[in-house]
Structure formats: C-alpha cells, structure tokens
Design a protein around this ligand. Sequence first.
Ligand code: 4GX
Length: 223
Amino acid sequence: MRIDFVTLFPDMFAPVMDASILGRAKEKGLLEWGCVNPRDFSDNKHHKVDDRPFGGGPGMVMMVEPLEKAVKSVKKKSSKTIFLSPQGEKFTDGKASQLAKEKHLVLVCGRYEGIDERALDLFDEELSIGDYVLTGGELPAMVVADAVVRKIPGVLKKEDAASSESFVEGLLDFPQYTRPRVWRGREVPEVLFSGDHKRIAAWRRDAAKAATKRKRPDLMSRA
Ligand code: 4GX
C-alpha cells in the first residue's frame, strides 16, 4: 500500500511512520508513504495557504486552490482520498479493515478553523477519530494510517495477531500475563498453566466478555 499525507507540517510524520512496526512495514516493502505540502502549490509570493473567513469570525480557513493542487499532484484513479475532521464519519476498526484493501490512500490534514467548504468535493470520505478537537488533522491521519497498516497481511509478525484482538469479535482483549508467576502476592490464573488449550480458550472468552461488560457495556449489544 502507498499512503500520501497532504499536510502543512510534513516534519511530524517520519518519527511516527518510520518507527517500530510501521517502519518495519516500509522496510519489508509492504508500505510506501510520502507527504505533499499545499504550501508548495500556493501561487502567492508568500506561499500563503490560509485566509480570513468570509462573513467574519475568528481564525483562518485553508484556501481551496493550494489544497486542490496538492491533492491532484498525488491522486490517481485508483486512490481513495480521505479528509480527517471532527465532522466525519466515526473511524472504527472495521473501517480500518476496509481501507487496508486499498492500493493508495491520500489522507488530507486540515489546520486552522478548517478548509473552504468547496474543497470537500475532492474527498471520497470524511472520517473522524473521535469527538474531541485537535489542533490539526496530522495526528488523526497517523492514527488512521497505523490502524490500517497493521491490517495489511505480513505486517504483524503472526498473521493471526490482527484478527484475534479487541473489536474484531466485538469484545475487548482477554487479560494477558507474563513472568513473574506471582507478583506482590498476585497470582496468574491457574488455568493458564494447565496446557489444556480448550480450557484456556474458554477462560479467555469468558474473561473477555466479563471485561467488556465491566469496562465497555456499550459494546456488549454488538458482540
Ligand atoms: N478527527 N481535527 C481537522 C481542522 C478542521 C477544523 C474544522 C474541519 C473543520 C479531528 C478529529 C480533528 C482538528 C482535524 C481540526 N477541519 N480530525 N482540523 N477529532 O480534531 O479527525
């Protein structure tokens, strides 16, 4: 998969996109990514990309022209273009699985009070990572990229690690333990040492259900 970020702050991306599992995905040839800066497409001599809102009010609005040129410079027929904003459809793990099947994502990051409404025609989808307001779309774009790339076959070490986790079956993860077997008097559940894989699987299913009921009752109806 290739991902292009349209952003006024391209320096934010490498520390996240080249680290850890995403960095390894790139080394393995499973991910390519790049940034394109609307500022480089401004015909204004000061490379201006924002302007005051018509009708007045505080803050600035991203101008449509540099944004359109930047998107068009990376977009191909097979690309899916996505704008990140609090007004978007809620981004979910299911959405991440859908997007992992795409060949090319163009993730567009807004700043300021938002973008000129007429720029919305450039996008196939508008997604929100949650009901809070950030200072820009860069972190949401990287959240989406991270959740999508880990779904690409071969990115995670164990092929099944992506399908046996939270949300995929509508439940939270089951509790995990590692050494030591006793920590400050707290013991690891006995069943996990039984070697009985059926019993362990049954315990994990029950524990996942109990955790979901307690921590995220809103998910229970879906599971
Ligand atoms: N999930 N932001 C977008 C600029 C903006 C402001 C108003 C449109 C209208 C966000 C989120 C998010 C911050 C990205 C504001 N765009 N994006 N940006 N929550 O908070 O996706």
